[in-house]
Design a protein around this ligand. Structure first.
Ligand code: CMC
Length: 437
Protein backbone atom coordinates (compact mmCIF):
# COMPACT_ATOMS: atom_id res chain seq x y z
CA UNK A 1 0.00 0.00 0.00
CA UNK A 2 1.46 3.38 -0.97
CA UNK A 3 2.11 5.91 1.78
CA UNK A 4 0.93 9.08 0.01
CA UNK A 5 -2.43 10.65 0.84
CA UNK A 6 -4.84 9.59 -1.88
CA UNK A 7 -6.42 12.20 -4.09
CA UNK A 8 -9.86 13.28 -2.91
CA UNK A 9 -12.97 14.09 -4.96
CA UNK A 10 -13.85 17.71 -4.18
CA UNK A 11 -16.52 18.53 -6.76
CA UNK A 12 -17.77 17.51 -10.21
CA UNK A 13 -17.83 18.90 -13.74
CA UNK A 14 -20.55 18.23 -16.23
CA UNK A 15 -19.60 17.40 -19.78
CA UNK A 16 -22.32 18.11 -22.35
CA UNK A 17 -22.26 16.58 -25.83
CA UNK A 18 -23.70 19.38 -27.94
CA UNK A 19 -24.83 17.03 -30.74
CA UNK A 20 -27.08 14.94 -28.52
CA UNK A 21 -27.48 17.09 -25.42
CA UNK A 22 -26.37 14.09 -23.36
CA UNK A 23 -24.43 14.94 -20.21
CA UNK A 24 -22.05 13.11 -17.95
CA UNK A 25 -20.89 14.16 -14.53
CA UNK A 26 -17.20 13.63 -13.82
CA UNK A 27 -15.53 13.87 -10.39
CA UNK A 28 -12.90 16.56 -9.80
CA UNK A 29 -9.94 15.28 -7.78
CA UNK A 30 -7.51 17.19 -5.62
CA UNK A 31 -4.17 16.12 -4.19
CA UNK A 32 -2.23 17.92 -1.47
CA UNK A 33 -1.00 20.67 -3.82
CA UNK A 34 -0.96 21.63 -7.45
CA UNK A 35 -3.45 21.01 -10.23
CA UNK A 36 -6.92 19.64 -9.76
CA UNK A 37 -7.78 16.79 -12.11
CA UNK A 38 -10.95 15.70 -13.88
CA UNK A 39 -11.39 11.98 -13.31
CA UNK A 40 -12.19 10.55 -16.75
CA UNK A 41 -11.70 6.88 -15.88
CA UNK A 42 -15.35 6.06 -16.49
CA UNK A 43 -15.68 8.27 -19.60
CA UNK A 44 -15.13 5.52 -22.16
CA UNK A 45 -17.34 2.95 -20.44
CA UNK A 46 -20.20 5.39 -20.06
CA UNK A 47 -19.96 7.27 -23.39
CA UNK A 48 -17.70 5.38 -25.80
CA UNK A 49 -15.58 8.53 -26.13
CA UNK A 50 -11.87 8.76 -25.46
CA UNK A 51 -9.79 11.89 -24.82
CA UNK A 52 -7.07 13.07 -27.20
CA UNK A 53 -3.85 14.49 -25.72
CA UNK A 54 -0.65 13.68 -27.62
CA UNK A 55 2.38 14.58 -25.51
CA UNK A 56 0.12 14.25 -22.42
CA UNK A 57 0.15 18.01 -21.81
CA UNK A 58 -3.14 17.83 -19.86
CA UNK A 59 -3.09 14.21 -18.73
CA UNK A 60 -2.24 12.92 -15.27
CA UNK A 61 -1.23 9.27 -15.45
CA UNK A 62 -0.98 8.53 -11.73
CA UNK A 63 -1.00 10.06 -8.31
CA UNK A 64 2.36 10.39 -6.66
CA UNK A 65 3.74 11.61 -3.35
CA UNK A 66 7.38 11.81 -4.41
CA UNK A 67 8.20 15.00 -6.30
CA UNK A 68 6.27 18.22 -6.80
CA UNK A 69 6.89 20.89 -9.41
CA UNK A 70 5.23 24.30 -9.51
CA UNK A 71 6.36 25.28 -12.98
CA UNK A 72 4.96 28.82 -12.90
CA UNK A 73 6.87 29.71 -9.77
CA UNK A 74 10.00 27.65 -10.44
CA UNK A 75 9.53 25.38 -7.41
CA UNK A 76 10.78 21.80 -7.12
CA UNK A 77 10.21 19.73 -3.98
CA UNK A 78 11.47 16.23 -3.14
CA UNK A 79 8.95 14.79 -0.65
CA UNK A 80 8.07 18.37 0.31
CA UNK A 81 11.62 19.67 0.75
CA UNK A 82 12.78 22.48 -1.62
CA UNK A 83 15.56 21.39 -3.95
CA UNK A 84 17.68 24.42 -2.98
CA UNK A 85 17.67 23.37 0.69
CA UNK A 86 18.57 19.79 -0.18
CA UNK A 87 21.34 20.92 -2.56
CA UNK A 88 22.80 23.11 0.17
CA UNK A 89 22.33 20.92 3.24
CA UNK A 90 21.80 17.33 2.17
CA UNK A 91 23.71 14.94 -0.07
CA UNK A 92 22.90 12.47 -2.81
CA UNK A 93 22.70 9.39 -0.57
CA UNK A 94 20.46 11.09 1.97
CA UNK A 95 18.19 12.56 -0.73
CA UNK A 96 18.01 9.15 -2.40
CA UNK A 97 16.82 7.66 0.89
CA UNK A 98 14.30 10.47 1.16
CA UNK A 99 12.95 9.96 -2.36
CA UNK A 100 12.64 6.21 -1.96
CA UNK A 101 11.39 6.01 1.63
CA UNK A 102 9.46 9.26 1.98
CA UNK A 103 11.26 10.70 5.02
CA UNK A 104 14.74 11.98 5.80
CA UNK A 105 16.76 9.21 7.48
CA UNK A 106 18.04 9.23 11.05
CA UNK A 107 21.81 9.01 11.41
CA UNK A 108 21.61 5.22 11.79
CA UNK A 109 19.20 4.82 8.88
CA UNK A 110 21.46 6.87 6.64
CA UNK A 111 24.55 4.88 7.60
CA UNK A 112 22.67 1.61 7.07
CA UNK A 113 21.38 2.72 3.65
CA UNK A 114 24.86 3.87 2.56
CA UNK A 115 26.28 0.55 3.77
CA UNK A 116 23.71 -1.47 1.83
CA UNK A 117 24.42 0.51 -1.34
CA UNK A 118 28.18 0.10 -0.89
CA UNK A 119 27.84 -3.68 -0.55
CA UNK A 120 26.13 -3.87 -3.94
CA UNK A 121 28.52 -1.76 -6.04
CA UNK A 122 30.42 -4.69 -7.56
CA UNK A 123 28.93 -6.25 -10.70
CA UNK A 124 28.99 -9.89 -11.76
CA UNK A 125 32.37 -10.52 -13.39
CA UNK A 126 30.74 -11.96 -16.51
CA UNK A 127 29.08 -8.61 -17.20
CA UNK A 128 32.45 -7.32 -18.37
CA UNK A 129 32.18 -9.76 -21.29
CA UNK A 130 29.18 -7.78 -22.49
CA UNK A 131 31.35 -4.67 -22.77
CA UNK A 132 33.87 -6.51 -24.89
CA UNK A 133 31.11 -7.22 -27.39
CA UNK A 134 30.62 -3.50 -28.07
CA UNK A 135 32.71 -1.51 -30.51
CA UNK A 136 35.13 0.83 -28.74
CA UNK A 137 33.47 3.85 -30.35
CA UNK A 138 29.98 2.89 -29.12
CA UNK A 139 28.08 5.69 -27.38
CA UNK A 140 28.11 4.91 -23.63
CA UNK A 141 24.31 5.33 -23.53
CA UNK A 142 24.04 2.50 -26.08
CA UNK A 143 26.15 0.37 -23.77
CA UNK A 144 24.07 1.35 -20.73
CA UNK A 145 20.77 0.40 -22.37
CA UNK A 146 22.25 -3.04 -23.05
CA UNK A 147 24.08 -3.79 -19.81
CA UNK A 148 21.40 -2.49 -17.44
CA UNK A 149 18.78 -4.61 -19.20
CA UNK A 150 21.23 -7.51 -18.95
CA UNK A 151 21.31 -7.22 -15.14
CA UNK A 152 18.02 -9.14 -15.12
CA UNK A 153 19.93 -12.10 -16.54
CA UNK A 154 22.31 -12.06 -13.57
CA UNK A 155 20.28 -11.27 -10.46
CA UNK A 156 17.45 -13.79 -10.56
CA UNK A 157 16.95 -13.52 -6.81
CA UNK A 158 15.56 -9.97 -7.08
CA UNK A 159 13.11 -10.28 -9.96
CA UNK A 160 9.93 -11.13 -8.03
CA UNK A 161 8.16 -7.79 -7.96
CA UNK A 162 5.53 -9.07 -5.51
CA UNK A 163 8.17 -9.73 -2.87
CA UNK A 164 8.91 -6.59 -0.83
CA UNK A 165 12.41 -7.81 0.11
CA UNK A 166 13.30 -8.55 -3.50
CA UNK A 167 12.06 -5.13 -4.57
CA UNK A 168 14.37 -3.60 -1.94
CA UNK A 169 17.35 -5.63 -3.08
CA UNK A 170 16.71 -4.76 -6.74
CA UNK A 171 16.47 -1.07 -5.80
CA UNK A 172 19.76 -1.16 -3.89
CA UNK A 173 21.46 -3.12 -6.63
CA UNK A 174 20.41 -0.68 -9.32
CA UNK A 175 21.43 2.45 -7.39
CA UNK A 176 24.75 0.85 -6.42
CA UNK A 177 25.67 -0.71 -9.76
CA UNK A 178 24.78 2.19 -12.06
CA UNK A 179 27.97 4.17 -11.23
CA UNK A 180 30.05 1.01 -11.69
CA UNK A 181 28.45 0.24 -15.07
CA UNK A 182 28.76 3.88 -16.17
CA UNK A 183 32.45 4.04 -15.24
CA UNK A 184 33.03 0.73 -17.04
CA UNK A 185 31.46 2.17 -20.19
CA UNK A 186 33.90 5.09 -19.98
CA UNK A 187 36.92 2.89 -19.32
CA UNK A 188 35.96 0.65 -22.21
CA UNK A 189 35.85 3.62 -24.59
CA UNK A 190 39.40 4.53 -23.52
CA UNK A 191 40.72 1.00 -23.73
CA UNK A 192 41.73 1.17 -20.05
CA UNK A 193 41.18 -1.64 -17.52
CA UNK A 194 38.01 -1.55 -15.45
CA UNK A 195 38.56 -0.29 -11.90
CA UNK A 196 36.73 -2.19 -9.14
CA UNK A 197 34.69 -0.30 -6.54
CA UNK A 198 36.22 0.05 -3.07
CA UNK A 199 34.07 -0.25 0.01
CA UNK A 200 35.99 2.44 1.91
CA UNK A 201 34.78 5.05 -0.59
CA UNK A 202 31.39 6.76 -0.76
CA UNK A 203 29.17 6.25 -3.82
CA UNK A 204 30.35 9.49 -5.44
CA UNK A 205 34.02 8.95 -4.53
CA UNK A 206 33.80 5.46 -5.94
CA UNK A 207 32.26 6.72 -9.14
CA UNK A 208 35.05 9.26 -9.72
CA UNK A 209 37.70 6.73 -8.73
CA UNK A 210 36.32 4.11 -11.13
CA UNK A 211 36.22 6.74 -13.88
CA UNK A 212 39.65 8.28 -13.43
CA UNK A 213 41.95 5.89 -11.53
CA UNK A 214 44.34 3.57 -13.37
CA UNK A 215 46.02 0.51 -11.81
CA UNK A 216 49.57 1.83 -12.32
CA UNK A 217 49.44 4.88 -10.04
CA UNK A 218 47.41 6.19 -7.09
CA UNK A 219 44.49 8.49 -7.86
CA UNK A 220 43.77 11.35 -5.49
CA UNK A 221 40.15 12.32 -5.17
CA UNK A 222 39.59 16.07 -5.42
CA UNK A 223 36.99 17.19 -2.82
CA UNK A 224 35.80 19.97 -5.16
CA UNK A 225 34.95 17.38 -7.78
CA UNK A 226 33.39 15.03 -5.23
CA UNK A 227 31.13 17.79 -3.92
CA UNK A 228 30.19 19.00 -7.38
CA UNK A 229 29.34 15.48 -8.58
CA UNK A 230 27.30 14.85 -5.43
CA UNK A 231 25.28 18.02 -6.05
CA UNK A 232 24.76 17.22 -9.73
CA UNK A 233 23.46 13.75 -8.87
CA UNK A 234 21.16 15.17 -6.19
CA UNK A 235 19.73 17.80 -8.58
CA UNK A 236 18.96 15.17 -11.22
CA UNK A 237 17.61 12.47 -8.90
CA UNK A 238 13.90 12.88 -9.66
CA UNK A 239 11.58 15.11 -11.65
CA UNK A 240 8.03 13.77 -11.45
CA UNK A 241 6.34 12.25 -14.52
CA UNK A 242 8.87 13.16 -17.24
CA UNK A 243 9.35 11.05 -20.40
CA UNK A 244 11.83 8.55 -18.95
CA UNK A 245 9.98 8.16 -15.63
CA UNK A 246 6.70 7.65 -17.45
CA UNK A 247 8.48 5.07 -19.62
CA UNK A 248 9.70 3.24 -16.52
CA UNK A 249 6.17 3.29 -15.08
CA UNK A 250 4.63 2.09 -18.34
CA UNK A 251 7.14 -0.75 -18.67
CA UNK A 252 6.62 -1.61 -15.00
CA UNK A 253 2.84 -1.57 -15.37
CA UNK A 254 3.16 -4.73 -17.47
CA UNK A 255 4.91 -6.25 -14.43
CA UNK A 256 8.26 -6.37 -16.21
CA UNK A 257 11.24 -6.80 -13.86
CA UNK A 258 12.89 -3.66 -12.42
CA UNK A 259 16.15 -4.02 -14.37
CA UNK A 260 14.25 -4.14 -17.66
CA UNK A 261 12.15 -1.16 -16.58
CA UNK A 262 15.20 0.97 -15.75
CA UNK A 263 16.79 0.01 -19.09
CA UNK A 264 13.67 1.36 -20.81
CA UNK A 265 14.05 4.59 -18.81
CA UNK A 266 17.65 4.92 -19.98
CA UNK A 267 16.52 4.57 -23.59
CA UNK A 268 13.91 7.31 -23.17
CA UNK A 269 16.37 9.57 -21.36
CA UNK A 270 18.89 9.39 -24.19
CA UNK A 271 17.02 11.72 -26.59
CA UNK A 272 18.23 15.33 -26.99
CA UNK A 273 14.82 16.70 -25.96
CA UNK A 274 15.28 15.00 -22.56
CA UNK A 275 18.50 13.84 -20.86
CA UNK A 276 20.57 14.10 -24.02
CA UNK A 277 20.20 17.89 -23.84
CA UNK A 278 23.27 18.35 -21.59
CA UNK A 279 25.46 16.80 -24.30
CA UNK A 280 23.66 18.84 -26.95
CA UNK A 281 24.23 22.09 -25.00
CA UNK A 282 27.97 21.67 -24.98
CA UNK A 283 28.03 20.75 -28.66
CA UNK A 284 25.90 23.82 -29.36
CA UNK A 285 28.16 26.16 -27.36
CA UNK A 286 31.17 24.79 -29.19
CA UNK A 287 29.42 25.30 -32.51
CA UNK A 288 28.49 28.90 -31.62
CA UNK A 289 32.11 29.34 -30.63
CA UNK A 290 32.16 33.09 -30.03
CA UNK A 291 29.94 35.80 -28.53
CA UNK A 292 29.79 37.53 -31.92
CA UNK A 293 27.82 34.52 -33.26
CA UNK A 294 25.15 34.52 -30.55
CA UNK A 295 22.66 36.75 -32.35
CA UNK A 296 22.84 34.56 -35.44
CA UNK A 297 22.08 31.39 -33.46
CA UNK A 298 19.29 33.04 -31.47
CA UNK A 299 17.70 34.08 -34.78
CA UNK A 300 18.04 30.50 -36.02
CA UNK A 301 16.36 29.18 -32.84
CA UNK A 302 13.40 31.49 -33.53
CA UNK A 303 13.08 30.51 -37.18
CA UNK A 304 10.32 27.92 -37.63
CA UNK A 305 11.92 26.75 -40.88
CA UNK A 306 15.15 25.90 -39.09
CA UNK A 307 15.27 22.81 -36.86
CA UNK A 308 17.88 24.44 -34.58
CA UNK A 309 16.69 25.04 -30.99
CA UNK A 310 18.52 26.58 -28.09
CA UNK A 311 19.47 23.43 -26.21
CA UNK A 312 19.20 23.73 -22.44
CA UNK A 313 16.34 26.20 -22.87
CA UNK A 314 12.64 25.64 -22.30
CA UNK A 315 10.73 23.06 -20.36
CA UNK A 316 7.32 21.42 -20.54
CA UNK A 317 6.51 22.29 -16.93
CA UNK A 318 8.73 25.22 -15.93
CA UNK A 319 7.49 28.52 -17.25
CA UNK A 320 10.02 30.25 -15.03
CA UNK A 321 13.71 29.73 -14.20
CA UNK A 322 14.29 26.02 -13.52
CA UNK A 323 15.36 26.03 -9.82
CA UNK A 324 17.93 23.33 -10.61
CA UNK A 325 19.48 25.62 -13.22
CA UNK A 326 20.02 28.37 -10.59
CA UNK A 327 21.86 25.93 -8.31
CA UNK A 328 23.78 24.55 -11.28
CA UNK A 329 24.81 28.03 -12.45
CA UNK A 330 26.24 28.86 -9.02
CA UNK A 331 27.92 25.45 -8.71
CA UNK A 332 29.46 26.01 -12.12
CA UNK A 333 31.06 29.29 -10.99
CA UNK A 334 32.23 27.73 -7.70
CA UNK A 335 33.78 24.69 -9.38
CA UNK A 336 35.61 26.72 -12.01
CA UNK A 337 36.93 29.14 -9.35
CA UNK A 338 37.99 26.35 -7.00
CA UNK A 339 39.67 24.37 -9.76
CA UNK A 340 41.27 27.58 -11.08
CA UNK A 341 39.88 27.00 -14.58
CA UNK A 342 39.05 29.81 -17.00
CA UNK A 343 36.32 28.47 -19.22
CA UNK A 344 35.34 30.62 -22.21
CA UNK A 345 32.24 28.45 -22.74
CA UNK A 346 30.85 29.68 -19.38
CA UNK A 347 31.19 33.29 -20.52
CA UNK A 348 29.54 32.33 -23.78
CA UNK A 349 26.69 30.50 -22.00
CA UNK A 350 26.01 33.46 -19.71
CA UNK A 351 25.91 35.86 -22.63
CA UNK A 352 23.64 33.53 -24.57
CA UNK A 353 21.33 33.35 -21.56
CA UNK A 354 21.31 37.16 -21.27
CA UNK A 355 20.53 37.69 -24.96
CA UNK A 356 17.78 35.03 -25.00
CA UNK A 357 16.12 36.28 -21.82
CA UNK A 358 15.88 39.79 -23.33
CA UNK A 359 14.38 38.51 -26.56
CA UNK A 360 10.59 38.76 -27.00
CA UNK A 361 10.40 35.27 -28.54
CA UNK A 362 11.81 33.63 -25.39
CA UNK A 363 10.00 36.02 -23.02
CA UNK A 364 6.57 35.44 -24.58
CA UNK A 365 7.02 31.66 -24.58
CA UNK A 366 8.48 31.70 -21.06
CA UNK A 367 11.61 29.85 -22.17
CA UNK A 368 14.28 29.86 -19.45
CA UNK A 369 17.50 27.90 -18.96
CA UNK A 370 16.84 24.40 -17.67
CA UNK A 371 19.02 22.06 -15.60
CA UNK A 372 21.08 21.04 -18.61
CA UNK A 373 22.22 24.51 -19.59
CA UNK A 374 25.13 24.73 -17.14
CA UNK A 375 25.79 21.11 -16.14
CA UNK A 376 27.90 20.32 -19.22
CA UNK A 377 30.32 23.14 -18.41
CA UNK A 378 30.93 21.70 -14.94
CA UNK A 379 31.42 18.22 -16.39
CA UNK A 380 33.91 19.58 -18.88
CA UNK A 381 35.86 21.31 -16.10
CA UNK A 382 35.96 17.95 -14.30
CA UNK A 383 37.47 16.27 -17.36
CA UNK A 384 34.36 14.26 -18.20
CA UNK A 385 33.83 13.72 -21.92
CA UNK A 386 30.62 14.97 -23.54
CA UNK A 387 29.33 11.48 -24.37
CA UNK A 388 29.25 10.64 -20.62
CA UNK A 389 26.99 13.58 -19.64
CA UNK A 390 23.69 11.79 -20.22
CA UNK A 391 25.07 8.64 -18.61
CA UNK A 392 25.65 10.61 -15.41
CA UNK A 393 22.09 11.93 -15.65
CA UNK A 394 20.98 8.27 -15.85
CA UNK A 395 23.06 7.34 -12.79
CA UNK A 396 21.27 10.06 -10.81
CA UNK A 397 17.78 9.53 -12.21
CA UNK A 398 17.90 5.82 -11.40
CA UNK A 399 16.94 6.84 -7.86
CA UNK A 400 13.81 8.63 -9.07
CA UNK A 401 12.91 5.84 -11.48
CA UNK A 402 13.18 3.30 -8.67
CA UNK A 403 11.15 5.42 -6.25
CA UNK A 404 8.42 5.95 -8.86
CA UNK A 405 8.44 2.29 -9.94
CA UNK A 406 8.06 1.13 -6.34
CA UNK A 407 5.29 3.62 -5.67
CA UNK A 408 3.44 2.27 -8.70
CA UNK A 409 3.94 -1.41 -7.81
CA UNK A 410 2.70 -0.74 -4.25
CA UNK A 411 -0.39 1.15 -5.47
CA UNK A 412 -3.41 -1.20 -5.34
CA UNK A 413 -5.20 0.79 -8.06
CA UNK A 414 -2.35 0.24 -10.51
CA UNK A 415 -3.26 -1.25 -13.91
CA UNK A 416 -1.34 -1.95 -17.06
CA UNK A 417 -0.83 1.34 -18.95
CA UNK A 418 -2.63 1.16 -22.24
CA UNK A 419 -3.46 4.43 -24.06
CA UNK A 420 -6.07 4.53 -26.81
CA UNK A 421 -5.83 6.19 -30.23
CA UNK A 422 -7.81 8.09 -32.84
CA UNK A 423 -7.52 5.83 -35.87
CA UNK A 424 -6.67 7.60 -39.15
CA UNK A 425 -5.90 4.59 -41.34
CA UNK A 426 -7.95 2.95 -44.07
CA UNK A 427 -11.49 1.77 -43.26
CA UNK A 428 -12.25 -1.94 -43.61
CA UNK A 429 -11.30 -3.28 -47.05
CA UNK A 430 -10.78 -6.67 -48.73
CA UNK A 431 -7.41 -8.23 -49.38
CA UNK A 432 -6.25 -7.86 -53.01
CA UNK A 433 -4.19 -10.75 -54.48
CA UNK A 434 -0.68 -9.70 -55.54
CA UNK A 435 -1.33 -10.19 -59.27
CA UNK A 436 -4.30 -7.81 -59.10
CA UNK A 437 -2.54 -4.84 -57.36
N1 CMC B 1 14.55 26.95 -28.60
C1 CMC B 1 13.69 27.62 -29.40
N2 CMC B 1 12.36 27.55 -29.31
C2 CMC B 1 11.84 26.75 -28.37
C3 CMC B 1 12.66 26.03 -27.48
C4 CMC B 1 14.05 26.15 -27.62
N3 CMC B 1 14.88 25.46 -26.81
N4 CMC B 1 11.89 25.31 -26.62
C5 CMC B 1 10.62 25.58 -26.95
N5 CMC B 1 10.59 26.47 -28.00
C6 CMC B 1 9.38 27.06 -28.60
C7 CMC B 1 8.65 26.06 -29.50
O1 CMC B 1 9.13 26.15 -30.84
C8 CMC B 1 7.23 26.50 -29.36
O2 CMC B 1 7.05 27.66 -30.13
P1 CMC B 1 5.61 27.95 -30.84
O3 CMC B 1 4.63 28.10 -29.71
O4 CMC B 1 5.81 29.19 -31.64
O5 CMC B 1 5.33 26.75 -31.71
C9 CMC B 1 7.13 26.95 -27.88
O6 CMC B 1 8.47 27.35 -27.54
C10 CMC B 1 6.68 25.85 -26.94
O7 CMC B 1 7.56 24.74 -27.10
P2 CMC B 1 7.13 23.22 -27.23
O8 CMC B 1 8.12 22.48 -28.04
O9 CMC B 1 5.69 23.14 -27.64
O10 CMC B 1 7.24 22.80 -25.70
P3 CMC B 1 7.37 21.34 -25.14
O11 CMC B 1 6.86 21.41 -23.75
O12 CMC B 1 6.73 20.36 -26.06
O13 CMC B 1 8.94 21.02 -25.16
C11 CMC B 1 11.21 20.92 -24.53
C12 CMC B 1 9.77 21.18 -24.07
C13 CMC B 1 12.11 20.83 -23.31
C14 CMC B 1 11.28 19.58 -25.28
C15 CMC B 1 11.66 22.07 -25.44
O14 CMC B 1 11.62 23.28 -24.74
C16 CMC B 1 13.04 21.83 -26.03
O15 CMC B 1 13.17 21.15 -27.07
N6 CMC B 1 14.12 22.39 -25.38
C17 CMC B 1 15.46 22.11 -25.82
C18 CMC B 1 15.91 20.75 -25.33
C19 CMC B 1 16.20 20.74 -23.84
O16 CMC B 1 16.88 21.62 -23.33
N7 CMC B 1 15.73 19.69 -23.17
C20 CMC B 1 16.00 19.49 -21.75
C21 CMC B 1 14.78 19.60 -20.91
S1 CMC B 1 15.17 19.72 -19.16
C22 CMC B 1 15.92 18.23 -18.75
C23 CMC B 1 15.02 17.07 -18.87
O17 CMC B 1 13.92 17.08 -18.29
O18 CMC B 1 15.40 16.09 -19.50
Amino acid sequence: MSDQPLVQPVSTVTLTFNDTNETIELPVLKGTDGHMGIDIRKLYDKTGFITYDPGFTSTGSCYSGITYIDGDNGILLYRGYPIQQLAEKSDFIESSYLLINGELPSKEEKADFAHRITRHTMVHEQLSDFYRGFRRGAHPMAIMVGVVGALSAFYHDSLDIDDHEQRDVAAHRLIAKMPTLAAMAYKYSLGQPFIYPQNKLSLVENFLNMMFAVPCEPYELNPVMVNAMDKILLLHADHEQNASTSTVRLAGSSRANPFACIASGIAALWGPAHGGANEAVLNMLQEIGDKSQIKKYVERAKDKNDSFRLMGFGHRVYKNYDPRASVMRKTCHDVLNQLGIKEPLLELAMELERVALEDDYFVERKLYPNVDFYSGIIFRAMGIPTSMFTVIFAVARTVGWIAQWREMIEDPSQKIGRPRQLYTGSPLRDYVPINKR
